[in-house]
Unconditional design. Structure first.
Length: 357
């Protein structure tokens, strides 16, 4: 009996040891697969970006001089190795510039700064019709691919600083245009964006009120604290990743408030129009309502409209429907009060003509 027990325990230990080794191998293989998956994902994003860049010329080449410029913003928010070669250098990033072919370069024209939406997204031909509408009004447009944008590899992706130095990158894009194009009027600069782009636009006018004469924000991310509460773990993990904020909202609520327009409403000085939609499936209307209430509590003057369950949800005024175009006309009329583009679009028919000229 003792011999049987000894044999049993020897076999058990051998099996346990083998299982441990096999488990370690599986874990190592899983880590390797995850790394390969991330590498492949970023390579695909880079390919998609390269294709989309070509599409800009195909879709807008008749209406605009299109360029993609390489410039710099502030150094990284977090340096992995502060003593490494190149540590502390400015972050390099790209920006799109769209210049209407119809302009007279001896005159002055207004500028729209257009940050894209999304956590780790990019400025794509999704915005083609909106850019064409701006060009038809003879706005010059700059669209920054600020730090953390997709399509530029994993290293750039992990430079994200959501609601932080992204705002500085956008400002650097604005400044680049004014420094390099004499036909752009420094006193007629507006900023607008949707979703996360709306958050960046709001923080931009908070931080640089003298550099933007007007702002429009659509369905803007407004309250990251609330947002972390109603979103899932996968979304929250984007923010608490080591290369990003590195903490959850529960661990550092102050940092999340600092990056939330609703919690900084006292800073508003710039003319502002806000649009939101009650059936938004991405930015819950409660976030934007908090922003509106906070601005009112601070006695700020601004305009807003809460649309009631319009088709399209989060994208309701970026669609190509007649209703979406009518709403965009409201945006253009508001911008016109401060930027005075040479050719304001006044009707849906004007928008349609701009789309197919």
């Amino acid at each position: 009996m003792k011999m049987i027990k000894v044999v049993f325990w020897v076999l058990f230990l051998i099996a346990f040891s083998f299982a441990q080794t096999a488990g370690e191998r599986i874990e190592t293989n899983l880590d390797s697969l995850q790394q390969q998956h991330q590498y492949l994902k970023h390579r695909i994003d880079m390919l998609e970006k390269a294709i989309d860049d070509l599409l800009w010329y195909d879709k807008l080449g008749d209406a605009a001089f299109i360029d993609k410029v390489f410039l710099t913003g502030p150094p990284l928010a977090k340096e992995k190795n502060p003593t490494a070669l190149g540590a502390g250098n400015p972050v390099k990033f790209w920006s799109y510039i769209f210049i209407p072919k119809s302009i007279d370069q001896n005159k002055k024209y207004p500028l729209i700064v257009f940050p894209h939406g999304g956590v780790h997204a990019n400025f794509s031909t999704y915005y083609t019709h909106i850019i064409r509408e701006l060009l038809a009004q003879e706005y010059v447009v700059v669209a920054p691919e600020y730090r953390g944008s997709t399509g530029y590899g994993q290293t750039f992706y992990e430079k994200i600083d959501y609601g932080g130095l992204e705002v500085e990158d956008v400002k650097a894009s604005r400044d680049f245009v004014l420094d390099n194009y004499e036909f752009v009027d420094e006193h007629r600069v507006g900023i607008f964006g949707w979703s996360h782009g709306g958050l960046i636009a709001l923080l931009s006018i908070y931080d640089f009120p003298k550099d933007y004469q007007v702002a429009f924000v659509g369905v803007p991310v407004s309250d990251l604290v609330a947002r972390m509460g109603y979103y899932d773990d996968e979304y929250r993990d984007l923010f608490s990743a080591d290369y990003h904020l590195g903490q959850t909202a529960n661990e550092n609520v102050g940092e999340y408030k600092k990056r939330s327009p609703a919690w900084n409403a006292e800073k508003l000085q710039t003319p502002l129009l806000i649009h939101t939609n009650t059936n938004d499936e991405d930015v819950n209307v409660l976030e934007v309502e908090h922003l509106i209430q906070a601005l009112k509590a601070e006695g700020k003057k601004f305009e807003y409209e809460i649309f009631q369950a319009l088709p399209g949800g989060h994208s309701f005024d970026r669609l190509d429907t007649k209703k979406a175009k009518e709403i965009r006309l409201k945006i253009y009329r508001f911008l016109d009060e401060y930027l005075h583009p040479p050719k304001l679009l006044r009707t849906v028919s004007d928008i349609n003509k701009a789309a197919y000229r």
